[in-house]
Design a protein. Structure first.
Length: 175
């Protein structure tokens, strides 16, 4: 075999082996941000979700993933701002996390819930709680990047507006 052909075949083999190795590593599967969805109410017949207020689903390109899940309950109680770090429990389903109630019944509350594959690209949901203790809305803020709709971080202003708007509505309805 000629040296040029031999070295070209060797280079092609190295490139192919590198591509296979990269595709097999976990980091290759995390390109792009995760996605988050909220399930409410949780299934009371599943022992791992029984008594959960809601469930958080973490996805990457439609596939459930194990993820870092974090969040805060942001509240306005008797005119005073409250913030409670939330704890999430794993369930028997991949990529599904249970949130049990950790905030009070008084006041107005919003939950800011995040799933992340790494710190730079979380997907977040803003969950507004209704006066009856249920959920009045869930929003996952997004932005367009080329042909993709991807999640964007929730701003402090969005959380504050969420609380103030509902606190004003609640005060007006009591009059």
């Amino acid at each position: 075999m000629r040296p040029l052909i031999k070295s070209t075949l060797a280079l092609a083999g190295v490139v192919t082996a590198a591509a296979i190795l990269i595709a097999a590593t976990p980091s290759a599967r995390i390109f792009g941000p995760p996605w988050i969805s909220i399930e409410y109410p949780a299934n009371p017949l599943d022992p791992s979700t029984r008594d959960a207020y809601l469930l958080v689903h973490a996805f990457h390109h439609g596939t459930p993933i194990q993820s870092t899940v974090s969040g805060k309950a942001e509240g306005l109680v008797n005119g005073e701002r409250k913030s409670i770090a939330l704890r999430f429990d794993s369930t028997t389903r991949p990529g599904v996390y249970a949130l049990r109630k950790q905030w009070t019944d008084e006041g107005v509350w919003s939950l800011v819930i995040s799933v992340a594959q790494h710190d730079s690209d979380p997907a977040q949901a803003l969950v507004e709680l209704s006066p009856d203790g249920g959920i009045s809305s869930v929003r996952v803020p997004t932005r367009r990047e080329r042909e993709w709709t991807i999640p964007r971080p929730i701003t402090a202003q969005e959380v504050e507006q969420s609380l103030q708007t509902r606190a004003t509505r609640t005060a007006q309805s009591r009059r």
